[in-house]
Design a protein. Structure first.
Length: 192
């Protein structure tokens, strides 16, 4: 059994704080950083409200540019549901494959430019509501909704409220209190 490093323990604490209900799996599944990222993404899924037309059927999570997290997402999501919806994890090689995804996680894009990938995904008048999550420092300014990052040795996040509004999504204030929010390019702590 691998010991959890301080960084992994912080990721684990953040994942559990987001309500991922994975405490029984701490010793097994959540020993790798990708597993912790997956738990955080599921926490965001749990606290996000989609428009009525997108609340039926499986909740589809697409992973672009980070193949390692796909298996972690599958392990962490196995047998779980979000608001009564089964979870489907889909590896994506191109932005075009994100059709039908409710959440798209942007990992290391290897050859794809972040701004171009987001622009392609956000193009069109009738785009579906999608929660876009990524770890690149430029993610929010390029149009993403949730930026995951490490701050003072802890996992944190910044939520672009303008991007959420444009996507017709709502994230619970319970979750927003745990990170930062950005509106009109101004960053601050979320207010309870």
């Amino acid at each position: 059994m691998t010991l959890l490093t301080p960084i992994r323990l912080r990721w684990l604490a953040a994942a559990l704080l987001l309500g991922s209900s994975l405490s029984a799996q701490v010793g097994g599944v959540l020993q790798q950083e990708d597993d912790l990222r997956a738990a955080l993404i599921l926490g965001f899924a749990r606290f996000t409200e989609w428009p009525a037309a997108q609340r039926e059927g499986p909740l589809v999570i697409g992973v672009l540019g980070h193949p390692g997290i796909v298996s972690s997402m599958e392990k962490v999501a196995a047998g779980k549901s979000v608001n009564g919806r089964p979870i489907t994890v889909r590896p994506l090689r191109t932005v075009a494959q994100a059709a039908g995804c409710h959440i798209v996680y942007f990992g290391r894009l290897q050859g794809l430019k972040l701004a171009d990938a987001l622009k392609e995904l956000l193009a069109g008048e009738a785009r579906p509501a999608r929660l876009l999550i990524g770890e690149d420092d430029r993610f929010l300014s390029a149009g993403g909704a949730v930026h995951l990052f490490e701050e003072d040795g802890r996992m944190s996040f910044d939520v672009n409220l303008d991007a959420l509004q444009q996507a017709n999504l709502t994230i619970s204030s319970k979750l927003l209190r745990l990170g930062y929010t950005t509106r009109d390019n101004k960053r601050g702590r979320a207010k309870p």
